[in-house]
Design a protein around this ligand. Structure first.
Ligand SMILES: [Zn+2]
Length: 304
């Protein structure tokens, strides 16, 4: 009876929530990607703005980021079952931004171990609310909630799943957020960067640091990478890496110059020329905020 009830509940979520139209794309021998929209979170896109990844070890799936909602995670799982109906071994969340992990609530019901940073666990209390929950339509958010994390990532570690090694590196300093990880699959030379890398759209600096982000690029680039599994945008070659290097370096250069020239913050945000990035998605929305962050970071900066 309880099993039956569970099934009915599951089906009703599948029936009434929006259809995310998720289509997995194979980006490496064993890795599949769901590509999010290059937008901010809206009710219409159901929060589906980030990329999520599934790795096939031939015995299990490993999931990197669980997506925006319960319905998203359920629909991603349905799509992946068609490729291989394997049990899911574990789910890793790359960082605390909720577009990447509100799907945890679905995996929790399946008793799949969840991994996340300490900062995420400390910031988002079980049963609390987030931007996604405020924004999504009620039917689309059904089942979506903050659930407990089973394994808090506090040190670099390697998870071995059926002979597939997932090397987790925690960055020592703030980069995209105040605590980011990236995951490297040596065997296939795939690097899951979370939001340390964006392609096609402008990043957001508000929770992190430009200097730390530039440093994260160096740390990631020291690995031998063939496939860059980014947090946002469709590219998996060096596109996102090159874009981030150039965009962040330009922000730094402009901010340092303005500080040297004794330009005021307001004036800087109004006049700094980042127009070479104007064709990137979300440029209008994020450019000024990023300039503001850049100025504040470099105002009293001393090169190490
Ligand atoms: Zn993020």
């Amino acid at each position: 009876m309880i099993k039956k009830l569970g099934l009915i509940l599951l089906l009703s979520v599948a029936v009434f929530a929006m259809d995310y139209k998720l289509k997995p794309k194979r980006i490496s021998n064993s890795v599949y990607m769901f590509t999010g929209h290059n937008e901010i979170v809206t009710a219409k896109n159901g929060g589906n703005i980030a990329n999520t990844y599934w790795v096939n070890t031939s015995k299990h799936w490993v999931v990197i980021d669980s997506g925006a909602s319960y319905a998203y995670a359920l629909q991603a799982h349905e799509a992946m079952k068609k490729i291989a109906n394997l049990p899911i071994k574990l789910v890793i969340n790359t960082h605390m931004h909720d577009d990447h992990w509100m799907g945890n609530s679905y995996y929790k019901e399946l008793n799949i171990p969840l991994y996340a940073t300490k900062l995420q666990v400390e910031t988002f209390k079980v049963g609390g609310s987030t931007r996604i929950l405020h924004t999504l339509n009620k039917e689309d958010a059904k089942g979506t909630k903050i659930v407990s994390i089973d394994n808090i990532i506090t040190a670099n570690q390697t998870l071995n799943v059926d002979g597939y090694e997932f090397e987790i590196t925690i960055l020592e300093k703030p980069a995209h957020t105040k605590q980011d990880i990236f995951i490297y699959m040596k065997k296939e030379k795939v690097l899951f960067s979370g939001d340390l890398l964006f392609s096609q759209r402008v990043t957001s600096i508000r929770d992190g640091s430009i200097e730390g982000s530039l440093n994260s690029l160096k740390v990631m680039h020291a690995k031998d990478v063939k496939t860059w599994a980014n947090g946002h945008g469709k590219y998996t070659d060096l596109t996102a890496y090159n874009h981030m290097t150039s965009y962040l370096s330009d922000l730094k250069k402009l901010a340092l110059q303005a500080v040297e020239d004794e330009v005021e913050l307001d004036e800087f945000v109004k006049t700094a020329d980042m127009s070479k990035y104007k064709d990137m998605k979300l440029f209008d929305r994020l450019s000024k905020a990023n300039l503001d962050s850049a100025f504040r970071e470099y105002e009293f900066f001393e090169e190490e």
